[in-house]
Structures are given as C-alpha cells and as structure tokens.
Design a protein around this ligand. Structure first.
Ligand code: SF4
Ligand code: SF4
Length: 297
C-alpha cells in the first residue's frame, strides 16, 4: 500500500539516549501543513496514514484532526507510533476517539517498549515513570478494537532480556512484535552488533518463544535471518512511502537507501534478495564487511 508518514510534533515526553530526532525536539509543524499533507497524500494515492513524532499523543488534537481529515478523504489504514504517554490515562479523549475510530477502520497502535522492567525501559528513555505510563497505555488500548504493534530497539541493556520483553507483551495479543537495530549518528555503549543481535532474535523463534507469524525485525537483512526470512520487517514495508519533512515539504517516494541512511555491499548484486532488500543502517557497514557475510545464492 502507498503510505504517508506525518510527524505530528517533534516534541517528546522521553529523552531516549538513541533518539534520532532529538535535535528537532523544538520543532512543531502547523496544523495547516499537516492537513495539507494528508490531502496531498490522498491525491497521490496514499491510503495508509502513519502518525509519528516525537510523541504524537502530546498533540491529541492534531491526531484527531489528521485522522478525521483522512477518513473524509478515504484512507483505510492508520498506524500511530507512540511511547504511550497520552494514552496512559483511561480518561483521555484521545483514547475514546481511537476506541470509536477503530470500530470503523484498521487502527494499529505501535508502542515503543525497550525493557521488561522499569529499570531498563526508563534508563533507555531517560524518563523515570515512562515504563508505568507505557504499560497503562497498552492495557487501555488492548480494551479497544485497535491492533497492538510493539517495537523494541535492541541495546546492550535489553539484548539479554528479549525473551522477557516478549513474555510481557504477548498477553496483550500483539499483531506485530518487532525488534529493531539501533540507528545512531555516533558510536554509543548502548549499541549492539548486527550479527549478535540477529542471533539473539533468531534464538527467540528457534526456541518457539515467539510465534514466527508476529515476529518482525528492522535493520537486520535477509542474509542474517536465514530460514526466517519472512520475519524481516522490511518485507512488509509499504511499496511507496511519502513523508512530510521537518521543513513542511511533501517528499514523495522516500528511500532510506537512496538517502544514504542505509548501505549495501557490492556483492549484494549477486543476492537473490537484492531487489527487495533495503540493506542495513549505514553505521553497520564495517561490521558487515568484516563478518564476510555472503549473499543468498
Ligand atoms: S520516544 Fe521516540 S521520539 Fe521520543 S525521545 Fe524516544 S526515540 Fe525520540
Ligand atoms: S542484498 Fe545484501 S544485505 Fe540484503 S540480504 Fe542480500 S546480501 Fe544481505
């Protein structure tokens, strides 16, 4: 499906140590530019709307305005990427809105969950209380018709606890349970290696700790998920992604690979997955070369 991703605000209630947009936290797109993008997206063929940030639930009026506009135009699928902040109280108007909206449309709430304990999650988010808020939000959304997605950025703090994170999430019946490589501008002690992270995730499915049908990865290529290629999240990406940029510009057909955020090796040309593989985060290129990873024949 052709998808439009709109960052409703760059402000956030967390200060994650790995946040890729932290330098933009003071930026607030206008309501007019957001709604214009939703309209332009529909005219260009977008039928899926992703609302992200920053933390989109900090601006609940914009969530409602964007979704109501999209509904009027004819979008059919909605994804909200959140740390749970504005959905933690069961009295928020946004929760009631999503409960009602999800009876008519496919609404997926994608929660960022980075630890199975407050100690780990809050340390990654640099926000005491973030874990409790997140769990309350997951509980609240689980009582609606919204689908639950989760995304865990794998780090040196949580890599040995991926199983416990899954055990925390599975009772909420998630549609997708994703583990993602950390994407960083500069080296960090939080970062994990590509090969060791792939191995940790593969152990989850090999040990049948997570159903293969819901496990997804991000940033880990097919050649490191041999036998579990269907778990590579990039396989399910929209066939075209448009964006509203932080400069209020509508960007058509954005590609992380073409924009230099991702990297592929010269011998990827010999890989049977080459045409659908978007590669790895650019900062993992050296490890990929040194590990002498072979293309899939
Ligand atoms: S929750 Fe997301 S936007 Fe907020 S600080 Fe963390 S990574 Fe950045
Ligand atoms: S195209 Fe390259 S990075 Fe992608 S799966 Fe094949 S060898 Fe790995």
């Amino acid at each position: 499906m052709h998808c439009l991703n709109v960052k409703l605000t760059y402000k956030c209630s967390n200060q994650c140590r790995f946040c890729f947009s932290s330098y933009l936290h003071s930026v607030q797109p206008s309501k007019d530019s957001i709604l214009s993008a939703v309209e332009e997206g529909y005219s260009k063929g977008c039928r899926e709307l992703v609302l992200s940030g920053g933390e989109p639930t900090l601006v609940p009026d914009l969530v409602v305005a964007a979704m109501e506009t999209a509904e009027r135009l004819g979008y059919i699928k909605y994804i909200i990427q959140t740390n749970g902040f504005g959905l933690a109280s069961n009295e928020t108007q946004l929760l009631g809105f999503l409960a009602s909206f999800s009876k008519r449309y496919e609404v997926c709430v994608s929660f960022s969950i980075h630890g199975h304990t407050a100690e780990i999650h809050d340390a990654m988010c640099s926000n005491s209380g973030a874990f409790e808020s997140l769990l309350n939000a997951v509980r609240n959304i689980s009582k609606t018709d919204c689908r639950i997605y989760t995304n865990t950025v794998v780090s040196s703090l949580n890599m040995s606890h991926l199983r416990e994170i899954a055990e925390l999430v599975l009772p909420f019946n998630p549609t997708i349970l994703q583990f993602a490589m950390m994407h960083l501008k500069s080296p960090s002690p939080l970062a994990t290696g590509l090969v060791e992270t792939a191995q940790a995730i593969r152990r989850l499915v090999q040990g049948r700790l997570i159903p293969e049908s819901i496990l997804r990865t991000e940033g880990i290529p097919f050649c490191l998920m041999h036998g579990f290629e269907h778990c590579v999240g990039e396989s399910y990406w929209p066939n075209q992604l448009d964006l509203l940029t932080c400069n209020d510009k509508y960007l058509e057909d954005f590609s992380q690979l073409d924009s230099g955020m991702r990297w592929k090796a010269p011998n990827c040309r010999r890989c049977i997955m080459n045409c659908i593989c978007p590669g790895i985060w650019e900062e993992h290129a050296r490890e990929f070369r040194d590990a002498n990873i072979h293309p899939i024949a």
